[in-house]
Design a protein around this ligand. Structure first.
Ligand SMILES: [Ca+2]
Length: 353
C-alpha cells in the first residue's frame, strides 16, 4: 500500500487560512517581530558581543595558493624551507634542522579580529620522538630567523605555540603537543628548556599530531581579551584553551606562521590562515578608547610585564630632597662644631686662671 504523502508548506497553509491577511496585518506582524527581536536581543548580546564577522582576504592565506610568496600581488612571503604545494604550505619537511616560515606583507590594522588556522603536523617519528612544533605570530618584526619555532627570540607581540616535544622531561604536569600563548615585549625570552612555562599566559594539551581528521586553532581578540580555542578531536567543536583579559596589543603588527625541526622532526603544514574582522559593540565603559596609544604589548596585573626602567640622573624630586638633607646635615655639623669649639675655649680659659 502506498503511503499518502502530505507535503507540508506552513507558509502556504498560513496564507490559505488567512485570506484577509492584508498589508495592514503584515505591518503589524513586522512591528511584533521587531519588538520581539528587541526584547530578546539583550540575552543574545550577553552570549556574544559579536554582531557580524567577515573574512579579510588581504590577511588570509587559503587555497588555491596561486603565486604565494613569488607574485608581487601575493600578500605573503615565504622563508627558509617553506614551500607551496597544491594541498598546503609546508613550513618544514620531516627532516632534521630545518626552519621555515610564511609572513604576511600587510600590517594588521583590524581592531577586533578572529583568526582561524587550519594546520597539520605529521611525521614518521614515534610519540615524543618528534619536534619541535610550530608557532602562529602577530609581531612587530617579520621574516626573522631565530630559536623560537623558527622565529627570533625576544620578539615583540603575540606568539601561539604548538609545542610537540617535551624538553622539560622532569615535569609531567602536561601531555604534548601543548598549545600555549605568550606575549613578548622585547625583553622576555622564550625558554625551550622549560617549554616556555615561565612566560606562558595560558594553554592546553591538544593531540593534534598525526591526527586522521583536520586540526584547527582559533584566536579571538577583542576589547583587550584574547581567547584561544582548539578543534583537534575531529568533532567539529571548539574547546576552550586559554582566556586572557587585560591584554594590550598594538595595531600594525604582522601575521606569520613558522616552524623548526632539530634532532627530531615532523612535517609542519599550514592549510589555511583566515582572518575575520569582528564588529563589536562598544560602550564608553569598555575603557579601551586609548587602544591606539598602546606602543608596547602588555598584560595588566602581571609582574613580568612591569619592567624596571633605570632613570638616567636624578629626578627633580630626588635632587630637591638631596639638597635639603645636605643643608640640614651641614647645619648639624656646624652646630656641633660650634658647641665643641665653645667648650674647648672655656676649658682653655679655666686653665689660665
Ligand atoms: Ca618543547
Amino acid at each position: 500500500m502506498a503511503a499518502t504523502v502530505i507535503k507540508s508548506d506552513p507558509l502556504g497553509s498560513f496564507w490559505l487560512l488567512c485570506p484577509m491577511f492584508h498589508f495592514e496585518n503584515l505591518r503589524k506582524l513586522t512591528c511584533l517581530f521587531v519588538s520581539v527581536c528587541i526584547l530578546i536581543s539583550p540575552s543574545l548580546a550577553d552570549e556574544q558581543d559579536f554582531m557580524e564577522d567577515f573574512l579579510k582576504r588581504e590577511y588570509s592565506l587559503a587555497k588555491p595558493y596561486h603565486g604565494l610568496g613569488f607574485s608581487s600581488s601575493s600578500q605573503w612571503d615565504l622563508m627558509g624551507t617553506a614551500m607551496v604545494t597544491p594541498e598546503h604550505v609546508r613550513l618544514t619537511p620531516d627532516m632534521q634542522s630545518r626552519q621555515g616560515a610564511v609572513w604576511s606583507r600587510v600590517p594588521l590594522l583590524v581592531r577586533d579580529w578572529e583568526l582561524r588556522v587550519h594546520f597539520k603536523i605529521h611525521g614518521v617519528g614515534k610519540k615524543n620522538f618528534n619536534g619541535d612544533g610550530m608557532a602562529i605570530w602577530l609581531t612587530k618584526d617579520r621574516m626573522q630567523n631565530g630559536p623560537v619555532f623558527g622565529n627570533m627570540n625576544n620578539f615583540i607581540g603575540l606568539g601561539i605555540f604548538v609545542d610537540t616535544y617535551p624538553n622539560a622531561d622532569k615535569s609531567h604536569d602536561r601531555a604534548f603537543p601543548y598549545v600555549s600563548v605568550m606575549l613578548g615585549n622585547g625583553t622576555l625570552s622564550y625558554d625551550h628548556d622549560s617549554d616556555g612555562r615561565p612566560t606562558e599566559l595560558g594553554g592546553c594539551t591538544a593531540m593534534a599530531r598525526n591526527a586522521v581528521h583536520d586540526t584547527f586553532l582559533l584566536v579571538r581578540y577583542s576589547k583587550q581579551r584574547l581567547t584561544l580555542l582548539v578543534d583537534v578531536d575531529g568533532k567539529q567543536e571548539w574547546k576552550d584553551c586559554a582566556d586572557i583579559t587585560g591584554l594590550w596589543l598594538p595595531a600594525g603588527y604582522f601575521l606569520g606562521a613558522s616552524s623548526a625541526t632539530g634532532d627530531l622532526s615532523d612535517n609542519h603544514d599550514i592549510i589555511s590562515i583566515k582572518l575575520y574582522q569582528l564588529t563589536v559593540e562598544r560602550t564608553p565603559e569598555d575603557g579601551d578608547q586609548d587602544q591606539d596609544e598602546v606602543t608596547v604589548p602588555r598584560v595588566d596585573n602581571m609582574e613580568q610585564f612591569h619592567v624596571e626602567v633605570q632613570e638616567e640622573g636624578m629626578s627633580g624630586v630626588q635632587f630637591f630632597f638631596t639638597l635639603v638633607f645636605s643643608i640640614l646635615g651641614l647645619a648639624v655639623l656646624a652646630v656641633v662644631g660650634l658647641v665643641l669649639y665653645g667648650r674647648w675655649k672655656e676649658n682653655r680659659r679655666k686653665r689660665f686662671y
